[in-house]
Ligand binder design. Structure first.
Ligand SMILES: [Zn+2]
Length: 187
């Protein structure tokens, strides 16, 4: 969990749900190392931390550069271009780009999250029904969105959901690895 400048947090927990998508995407991008797929799923949070430290994002400005829909599409496109160049493979690029975008979609479903009330000792947060959405469509002053799933379920339920997603993703990945090994042996 990383505390950014304005005290709202990016949860380590959320990383599991995002990385689950990376695991599940592996069969579609066999040329891309798993670590790169993971990085693609959490790069918007990495940017958020960097921008908070640099003072570009914070309490007043919100998170338009890392988590605005417009910039998320731009980052996804940039990641897609970069990956298709590195791996000389358009499919690899497309998968990496979509993984970056998947972060925004999952955040759109889960945000806003009542992190400021989260207690590590009791593993609970209190629902902040008045929490405003925190994902801007464009930049400062543009409408903010977020369905707020994690604002209406408990921290325990959110944890179960995250780990459930991770196990599902790991199952997809494991099935792929086993199939590949079998195919390798029968050759
Ligand atoms: Zn995020």
């Amino acid at each position: 969990m990383v505390r950014d400048a304005h005290g709202s947090c990016i949860s380590l927990m959320g990383v599991f749900g995002h990385c689950a998508v990376g695991l599940a995407a592996r069969p579609m991008a066999p040329k891309v190392p798993l670590g790169v797929l993971f990085l693609a799923t959490v790069i918007l949070d990495v940017l958020a931390v960097a921008f908070a430290f640099a003072g570009i994002e914070g309490h007043k400005t919100g998170i338009p550069w890392s988590h605005g829909l417009f910039m998320s599409v731009i980052w996804s496109g940039a990641a897609a271009l970069l990956a298709s160049r590195i791996y000389r493979n358009y499919r690899a690029g497309t998968v990496v780009g979509l993984l970056v975008l998947s972060h925004w979609l999952l955040d759109f479903i889960s945000h806003p999250i009542p992190f400021s009330s989260f207690s590590w000792r009791s593993w609970q947060w209190s629902f902040g029904h008045s929490l405003p959405p925190d994902l801007p469509l464009l930049f400062g002053g543009s409408p903010k969105v977020g369905l707020g799933l994690y604002n209406s379920i408990s921290a325990v339920e959110a944890t179960v959901l995250e780990f459930g997603m991770f196990i599902l993703g790991a199952a997809v990945y494991a099935t792929y690895v086993v199939k590949k090994r079998k195919a390798g042996r029968s050759r």
